[in-house]
Design a binder for this molecule. Structure first.
Ligand code: BMX
Length: 279
């Protein structure tokens, strides 16, 4: 009674066989950014060949907005998903099983709530990654659709850019290039650990913006925990840098930050569980 779980992100796609919160088998595929959704699904089908007969349904977590089973980008810079792609219909046709799809961060929030760092309490999950995704679980329910798209917030400090464009891994790499040190995010973290001031400054700037976001989220939803995931969010030193910016807040408004405990599996585990519950 397993689920084929798929997590399509701006940088990589995970395909996995999941049962009861356990990942039985898993493959990581680079998301070929220019290729488009038919090709992204076909790449998963190729990897999932050996699992045929072992899953009864498909659960999909995808970067972007999922509404009535259709998929669209909100920020095409994260991944240029065409408007209104019929994701659920295409996936159930391709895999020959019923399919369910939700936003990637919403799936991860659900996964962490049940099986990870959420302890079945009200939580907000934030992924700091290619973009910034968010998922909200309140009173045991995931808020779906547009809810939780914190990366798309705009504030007076960032002018016309969505928040994620001045925080995410993409922004960090662009800043490094501007500072004369072309490097992708993992390299920036490595340089910061070696004491490079330019790298530390980029990480601090990103972390302080995320700290402000966490403070605002606490005011809006008062979650018991804010769970931080994503390649940037889980990079060593990042969560501490965010936490340091929140020190000194009065206890009744201070968010409690914790690292995602399912790591990069949160999305596939959450999507699989939502698909299994769906009747
Ligand atoms: C963007 C948006 C969100 C997504 C988030 C994190 C698109 C394509 N995506 O804010 O739906 O949750 O990025 O995405 O508009 P990731 O690919 O960085 O995990």
């Amino acid at each position: 009674d397993a689920t084929l779980a798929i997590d399509i992100g701006g940088t990589k796609t995970l395909a996995a066989l999941v049962r009861g919160g356990q990942v039985l088998d898993k493959a990581t595929i680079a998301t070929s950014r220019q290729a488009g959704p038919d090709a992204w699904l076909a790449a998963v089908a190729e990897h999932a060949k050996s699992w045929v007969g072992r899953y009864e349904r498909v659960g999909i977590a995808a970067t972007g907005l999922i509404s009535d089973g259709c998929w669209s980008a909100l920020n095409p810079a994260t991944l240029a998903v065409p408007d209104g792609y019929p994701l659920v219909a295409q996936a159930s046709k391709l895999f020959g099983k019923p399919a369910l799809a939700v936003n990637d961060a919403q799936a991860a929030a659900w996964g962490e709530h049940w099986f990870g760092a959420g302890a079945n309490e009200d939580i907000v999950f934030l992924t700091i990654s290619t973009g910034i995704g968010g998922g909200i679980v309140i009173n045991g329910r995931p808020l779906l659709g547009l809810a939780g798209h914190f990366g798309l917030l705009r504030g007076p400090m960032h002018g016309q850019s969505p928040l994620e464009d001045v925080v995410s891994g993409r922004w960090m790499a662009a800043e490094a290039a501007r500072a004369g040190h072309p490097a992708e995010a993992p390299e920036i973290f490595r340089k910061a650990r070696e004491g490079a001031g330019w790298a530390e400054a980029i990480i601090m700037q990103s972390a302080s913006r995320v700290a402000l976001l966490c403070r605002d989220i606490q005011m809006m939803f008062a979650p018991k925990r804010i769970i931080i995931g994503g390649g940037i969010g889980l990079a060593s030193g990042y969560l501490d840098a965010v936490g340091a910016q929140l020190e000194g807040l009065p206890p009744h408004v201070a968010p409690r930050l914790v690292a995602a405990s399912l790591g990069s599996n949160a999305g596939i585990i959450g999507a699989a569980d939502l698909a299994a519950r769906h009747r």
